[in-house]
Design a protein around this ligand. Structure first.
Ligand code: 5GP
Length: 188
C-alpha cells in the first residue's frame, strides 16, 4: 500500500541529499513539491524545486484550505499542497515530504498512518559547516536557521524513526531499510 513518508530535521543536516539517494534506491516513491514564499536560489526551478508563490498567492491558498500543512520558517511560508500528495497516492505512488518540524507535526495529526523520520547530525557543529560551505544563505540567514535548528533538535524524540547522518552511505542504507520495511519490500 502507498504511504506518506515525512522526512524532517534541521537545515544543513543533508535531508535533500539523502532523499535524492532514497528516490534512486526505492521504486515508486515520489517527492512532493512544496510551495514557498522564499525567493528562488540560483539554479532552482519553479515547479521542480518549489512552487514559488507571492505572499498573497500563498494566503489565498491557505484560505482555500489547499494545504495539508504549512508553517513559517525563518520568515517565509512553506506548505504542502493536498493535491501534491493526493494525486500521487491515488496513482499508487508513495510520497516523500521534506518538511520542517511544525509541518511534520501537522501531518502526523492529519495522517496518523504517515511514517515520520527525523534526520539528525552526528554533532550540532556540522550544521554550521554545511550551511557555510553550501553558500546558499547569507550569514544572518544561517544564524537564523541555526537558531531554529536547536529547537528542532529538541523535538527529535517525537519521531518514530531517527537516522544520524554521520556518513552519506551509512545514513542512506538506514533510511532505505526503514522505507522498504514500511512498504513491505524486500531488501534492495
Ligand atoms: P529551504 O529554504 O532550505 O529550502 O527550506 C527551509 C526549511 O523548510 C527546510 O527545513 C525544509 O525541509 C522546510 N520545508 C520545505 N518545504 C516545506 C513544506 O512544504 N512544509 C514545511 N512545513 N516545511 C517545508
Amino acid at each position: 500500500m502507498a504511504k506518506v513518508f515525512v522526512i524532517t530535521g534541521p537545515s544543513g543536516v543533508g535531508k535533500g541529499t539523502l532523499i535524492k539517494e532514497l528516490l534512486q534506491r526505492v521504486p515508486d516513491l515520489e517527492l512532493s513539491v512544496s510551495a514557498t514564499t522564499r525567493q528562488p536560489r540560483e539554479g532552482e526551478v519553479d515547479g521542480r524545486d518549489y512552487h514559488f508563490l507571492s505572499a498573497a498567492q500563498f494566503d489565498r491558498r491557505i484560505d482555500d484550505e489547499d494545504f495539508l500543512e504549512f508553517a513559517t520558517y525563518s520568515g517565509n511560508l512553506y506548505g504542502t499542497m493536498r493535491t501534491e500528495v493526493e494525486r500521487r497516492l491515488a496513482e499508487g505512488h508513495s510520497v516523500v515530504l521534506e518538511i520542517e518540524v511544525q509541518g511534520a507535526r501537522q501531518v502526523r495529526a492529519a495522517m496518523r498512518e504517515s511514517v515520520q523520520v527525523f534526520i539528525a547530525p552526528p554533532d550540532p557543529s556540522v550544521l554550521r559547516e554545511r550551511l557555510d560551505s553550501r553558500g546558499t544563505d547569507a550569514p544572518h540567514a544561517i544564524d537564523a536557521r541555526l537558531e531554529v535548528a536547536s529547537q528542532e533538535m529538541a523535538a527529535q524524540d517525537e519521531f518514530a524513526y531517527r537516522v544520524v547522518n554521520d556518513d552519506l552511505e551509512h545514513a542512506s542504507d538506514e533510511l532505505e531499510r526503514i522505507v522498504r520495511a514500511e512498504l513491505g519490500l524486500s531488501d534492495g
